[in-house]
Design a binder for this molecule. Structure first.
Ligand SMILES: C[S@@+](CC[C@H](N)C(=O)[O-])C[C@H]1O[C@@H](n2cnc3c(N)ncnc32)[C@H](O)[C@@H]1O
Length: 205
């Protein structure tokens, strides 16, 4: 599992390497642009004005929403990712912090129309995913929604099939979403498979 320094080192060629992997239709980023594009479309369609991005990275998605006039907030533990994202979104309120320890205090005192997390929450255990998502729900505005785009599967069998296909390329340190196993703890969670390995999960109050 990459730590904050690992992401610092990846930051400068992140966009290119992820884009290439997606173009090749290869695990883990096959469907990356489709998932981010779908979240972008839904956030704007819902008329969201304030957006919180958890693990925003270089700001691929958040910067597109920022350009469309959304007020962007975010948390990421990589200093280099924060720098790159801040350069794209000068007015965004971006905080450095480990979400495994919870949300930065400065981000807790407001409501968000959309909370987005793409390819970031697989760094949490399933138990922590559930508690973290539950912690985020009260921060949604009345019609707000959480959108998670990530390597994700409906069933454990589908995850295992992807693991077999990926062979040595499989990252056993990452803990991918399995919808069937999380839904009992988050009954309002919904899931859509977007590629062989990408999924879109949504949650609302
Ligand atoms: C694979 S990148 C995804 C970036 C972006 N959301 C995207 O879709 O391109 C994962 C991001 O999550 C951040 N991250 C991973 N674990 C984290 C943690 N425990 N706390 C805060 N940020 C974390 C990394 O620094 C990195 O920027």
């Amino acid at each position: 599992m990459l730590n904050d320094r690992g992401f610092d080192l990846w930051a400068d060629d992140y966009d290119q390497s992820v884009g290439l992997c997606d173009e090749e239709g290869a695990y883990p980023f096959a469907g990356y642009r489709a998932v981010l594009g779908e979240i972008y479309r839904r956030v704007l369609q819902a008329g969201a004005r304030s957006v919180l991005d958890i693990g925003f990275g270089t700001g691929v998605l958040a910067a597109r929403l920022y350009e469309r006039g959304c007020e962007v907030f975010g948390q990421d533990f990589s200093q280099r990712m924060v720098e790159r994202a801040q350069a794209k979104m000068p007015q965004a309120r971006l905080y450095k912090g480990d979400f495994a320890q919870g949300l930065a205090e400065a981000l807790k005192g407001r409501r968000y129309d959309a909370i987005i997390a793409t390819y970031s929450l697989h760094h949490l255990t399933d138990t922590r995913k559930v508690t973290f998502l539950r912690e985020l729900l009260p921060l949604l505005s009345e019609r707000g929604r959480i959108y998670v785009g990530d390597v994700a599967f409906e069933t454990r069998a589908q995850l295992e099939a992807c693991r077999a296909q990926a062979g040595d390329g499989w990252d056993a340190d990452e803990i991918y979403f399995v919808f069937d196993e999380l839904r009992p703890f988050l009954p309002r969670l919904t899931f859509e498979q977007m590629s062989d390995c990408a999924g879109l999960l949504t949650l609302a109050n």
